[in-house]
Design a protein around this ligand. Structure first.
Ligand code: FES
Ligand code: FES
Length: 177
């Protein structure tokens, strides 16, 4: 058992785990973060996605030792990340949602909800890189730009596209201020 220090949602956390433990297990079982989900465990569905230094990774196949010295952001930390990126007071993080999260609510995207952690993480990554994506770019992000497509058994795909577009327009309006 090794003692590791990792940074999750802006906080340094000490964990006791073999270095090859999947990051997902540490996040859920040791740190009590229930956003990332265990779907396939094989990097084939996207339910477990988190951001590592701003890039979406599948935490079910990422050894925890590989995130030492990097910044892990889970769904629980998206709002605080957004607040920091936009230079807002840190206290705002508790009463603010990331535009992606708000858009997901406004568009009523989740059905059973199981896949939606990964969908929102992917959307946040996409909008960081491409704030005004076309529909083709949105589809590409969720299907081709990763180890596998993000899968939704409930078929929420069209609502996801609409929610990404809604979040994009909120981000654009913020940029005009
Ligand atoms: S649980 Fe990680 S990709 Fe499916
Ligand atoms: S909302 Fe049920 S799997 Fe996507």
């Amino acid at each position: 058992m090794a003692s590791l220090t990792i940074t999750v949602n802006g906080a340094r956390r000490e964990v006791q785990a073999p270095g090859d433990t999947p990051l997902l297990y540490v996040l859920r079982n040791d740190l009590g973060l229930s956003g990332p989900q265990f779907g396939c465990g094989l990097s084939q569905c996207g339910a477990c996605s988190v951001l590592v230094d701003g890039k979406e990774v599948r935490s079910c196949v990422m050894a925890v030792s590989r995130v030492a010295g990097k910044e892990v952001t889970t769904l629980e930390g998206l709002a605080a990340r957004w607040v920091k990126q936009n230079g807002l007071p840190a206290a705002d993080a508790e009463k603010t949602l990331h535009p992606v999260q708000q858009a997901w609510i406004d568009e009523q995207v989740p059905l059973c909800g199981f896949c939606q952690n990964g969908m929102m993480i992917k959307a946040a990554e996409l909008l960081d890189q491409t704030p005004q994506p076309t529909v083709a770019q949105i589809k590409n992000a969720f299907t081709s730009d990763g180890p596998s497509p993000h899968l939704c058994r409930c078929g929420s795909y069209s609502a996801i596209i609409e929610a990404v577009q809604r979040a994009s327009s909120v981000i654009a309006k913020r940029g005009e201020r």
